[in-house]
Each structure stands twice: as C-alpha cells, then as structure tokens.
Design a protein around this ligand. Structure first.
Ligand code: IPE
Ligand code: IPE
Ligand code: MG
Length: 239
C-alpha cells in the first residue's frame, strides 16, 4: 500500500513500540550487545520519521525500562551514553521532521547529564507541531501509576473525586491519548511493564523481526494491519 492510501484509511493517533531484540541481533552477528543498541537507534530514527510521514500524532518508544538497571553496568552505561549523545546531536533530525520530543518515566532516577539532555531536547523542540515522539526512559508503568497516585493524595483529593480521568491526568503526560496500536518486535509477547493503563483498548501486533531489522516497510504493513482490526470497545456494532 502507498503512503497516501494508508493515510486515506485513517492512521492511529498513538502508536507505542517495544523496541526489542537488539541483543539477539548483535549475538547472531558475533557482535557485542552494544552494537545491537547502536543499530537499534538507527531503526528508531527511521521509524519515527516514517510515523511523521504518515501524520501519526504520538509515537512512544520504550527506550529504557525501570527493570533494565538489572543489566550489566557496561551495557547500562552504554545505553545512557547513547541516549545522551543522540539527544545532544540530533536537533536537526527533529527539526527536519517537525518532531517534538517528550519524556515519560522517572527522570529523577536518571544520571544528571542524561536528565539535562532530556530537558534540553524537550525545550528545543517544544514548538514543533508534527509528530510527538515520547521517549520512555527509566520508565515502568507501575512506577508511573504509583507516582501519579502520590500526586493525587498530596493534592488532598477526596475519595469521591477519584475518577478514571483524574488518574489519566496524574500520569507523566496528562494529555497523552490512549494507545491505539502497540507493536513489539523481537518475538516476545508481553508488555514488560509498558503503558499498562494507556493500553486498556490498544490493538497489539507482535513480530519476530529483531528491532534493528525493523524498517519503514514493515511499519507501514503493521499500520495497514491495524486498519483492518475491528475495534468494538465493548459495544455491539450496528445495534
Ligand atoms: C531492547 O533490546 C533494547 C533495550 C531493552 C534497551 P534488548 O537489549 O532487550 O535485546 P534482546 O531482547 O536481549 O535481544
Ligand atoms: C523491554 O524489553 C524494555 C525495552 C524495550 C526498553 P526487555 O528486553 O527489557 O523485556 P523483557 O526483559 O524481555 O521482558
Ligand atoms: Mg529484550
């Protein structure tokens, strides 16, 4: 299908991606896991640009989870360096594609230099009006919900005022819409603590493709697959 045909059929407003399989991609080639992460970053840029081309409003990328601190110090250090270097160097990429950078996750748990690059990238791109690229860094959905509940309690809200909307508003980006399409590469079929609340009615696509091999063509195919899904939200259509 052409880009125009996909756009004409209506694209999802919010696509979330679990970019998995970097380590296995590297292992298959006899390379260190870090080489997979480097290649994974190239994939991420391609897919964000592809999403911008389709006019998708939000793309949320699972970049580093609250559980990923369990990995070897060398790998964690490499990932932090990659994130920091990318944000520092890629303003032109975001500008060219009209992409606004946002962040979800526990920013205070990140090294100071990574934290300040996130803050700067958000600030530098805040006036861009195309796709919003939400980077989930030091992100865990349960952690986000716990921090949200703490904000609600600290504001003195009474039990009767707690609503689904209020909980959504308490999350890291209050205006972030629910996920329409969740894609996970790398063959595992689980959420790994990603956007649990926001995925209540998401459509899921799991692919065996390892993240560094995932490309625009497969992404467009996945969006086209999503467009064939029948979303009922619990109702019986045409009744
Ligand atoms: C995903 O790839 C990237 C991050 C979690 C940062 P992995 O590093 O999990 O790759 P596999 O799953 O070991 O192949
Ligand atoms: C999920 O992948 C986290 C990211 C892609 C950042 P993992 O590789 O960490 O997930 P598990 O451990 O297989 O569940
Ligand atoms: Mg993995």
């Amino acid at each position: 299908m052409t880009t125009e045909e996909i756009i004409a059929r209506g694209v999802p407003e919010h696509v979330a991606i679990i970019m998995d399989g970097n380590g296995r991609w590297a292992k298959k080639r006899g390379l260190p896991r870090t080489a997979g992460h480097k290649e994974g970053l190239t994939s991420a840029k391609k897919i964000v640009a592809a999403a911008a081309k389709l006019g998708i409003k939000y793309v949320t990328l699972y970049t580093f989870s609250t559980e990923n601190w369990k990995r070897a110090q060398e790998e964690v250090g490499y990932l932090m360096g990659l994130i920091k270097g990318h944000l520092r160097a890629e303003f032109e990429f975001y500008k060219k594609n009209g992409i606004r950078v946002e962040h979800i996750g526990n920013i205070d748990g990140l090294p100071e230099d990574v934290k300040s690059e996130i803050i700067n990238a958000k600030k530098d791109t805040e006036h861009f009006t195309g796709t919003t690229c939400v980077l989930a860094i030091n992100y865990g959905s349960r952690d986000e919900i716990v921090r949200g509940v703490k904000k609600i309690i600290a504001s003195g809200t009474g039990a009767d005022s707690v609503t689904e909307d209020l909980i959504s508003q308490s999350l890291d980006i209050p205006s972030l819409p629910p996920v329409d399409l969740m894609i996970r590469t790398g063959g595992e079929e689980r959420l790994s603590n990603f956007l649990l609340w926001q995925c209540a009615y998401a459509e899921f696509i799991f692919t065996d493709t390892l993240w560094p091999d995932y490309n625009e063509e497969e992404f467009f195919d996945d969006v086209a697959k999503y467009q064939q899904r029948n979303r009922r939200f619990g109702a019986v259509p045409n009744q």
